[in-house]
Design a protein around this ligand. Structure first.
Ligand code: ARG
Ligand code: ZN
Ligand code: CA
Length: 266
């Protein structure tokens, strides 16, 4: 666990024939801005780490990990880690998962596949890892769909350029959140509306009786404790999120070192 984890990333841009840099055919710069956000957020080098409330500084964690656009294709040829494909369709839903993933996919033993598409219904979603950890029972053990799907309107960060992103989700935190799921994290509120601090299976994230939306100000309390609505695995706006906890990082490290198609990435 002492070496830096290195994660080779391939970004599949599935567009509809738009000129490069417009619509779903997002620019290389927008893609690079997202890789920068991942590297900053996971290492706790994000500029807004200073917004983490003092009461949570003791549990705020930094992970020793680098996300890098792939430099070799599965066939060993040089690449910039970006694949662009006209998917022949304006938009996609989660039901089309197998269809758009089959248009472009690199083996998920060696690459973190990120599909950027015009996605309706969600900002993004992920495939959970196969693992014995609580909360990961029943994850599909399917290589060809393993990875992360993100809507092009929330991929990248306006902190790095003048990109046309959704105002609430313009700092790249959807991908930070979804990669958290890909590494085995559950939502901080555990997807239930009860007060049970074990339902994300992470002891240092406080109980929540449900998700937090928007961008609250000041201290919010639920279940007799202060809500960590700044956590990347809550549902607040991008500008309000700024931390993972130490035990979330431990859980992700366990998955990275032990799960199929996670340990083989390293
Ligand atoms: N899976 C969630 C959704 O699409 C993503 C939430 C991301 N939150 C954020 N602030 N970017 O509903
Ligand atoms: Zn989620
Ligand atoms: Ca918890």
């Amino acid at each position: 666990t002492e070496d830096t984890y290195r994660i080779p990333v391939v970004v599949h841009v599935i567009h509809f024939g738009e000129p490069l840099g417009t619509g779903a055919n997002i620019s290389d710069e927008q893609i690079l801005s997202q890789i920068d956000v991942l590297n900053k957020d996971y290492a706790r080098l994000n500029d807004d780490a200073s917004n983490t409330p003092e009461m949570f500084l003791g549990v705020a964690g930094a992970m020793d990990i680098r996300f890098e656009l792939a430099r070799r294709t599965p066939d060993g040829l040089p690449t910039d880690g970006i694949v662009r494909i006209n998917g022949g369709r304006e938009s996609w839903s989660m039901n089309d998962d197998a269809e758009f993933k089959s248009l472009s996919y690199w083996n998920s033993e060696n690459y973190l596949n990120i599909w950027v598409i015009n996605l309706t219904g969600y900002l993004g979603y992920s495939q959970f890892p196969v693992s014995d950890l609580p909360g990961l029972e029943g994850s599909p053990d399917v290589a060809e769909s393993d990875g992360v799907v993100i809507s092009y309107e929330v991929f990248g960060s306006t902190d790095y350029g003048d990109f046309d992103l959704d105002d609430q989700y313009n700092k790249g935190r959807t991908t930070t959140h979804e990669v958290g799921h890909f590494f085995g994290l559950r939502h901080t509120w555990g997807d239930t509306n009860d007060c049970n601090d074990d339902n994300d299976f992470v002891a240092d994230t406080p109980d929540q009786a449900g998700n937090t939306i928007g961008c609250p100000a000041g201290v919010r309390t639920a279940c007799g404790v202060n809500t960590m609505y700044q956590n990347y695995l809550d549902y607040t706006d991008d500008e309000c999120m700024n931390l993972f906890t130490i035990q979330q990082i431990e859980r992700m490290s366990t998955v990275l070192e032990n799960s199929p198609r996670r340990a083989s990435l390293l």
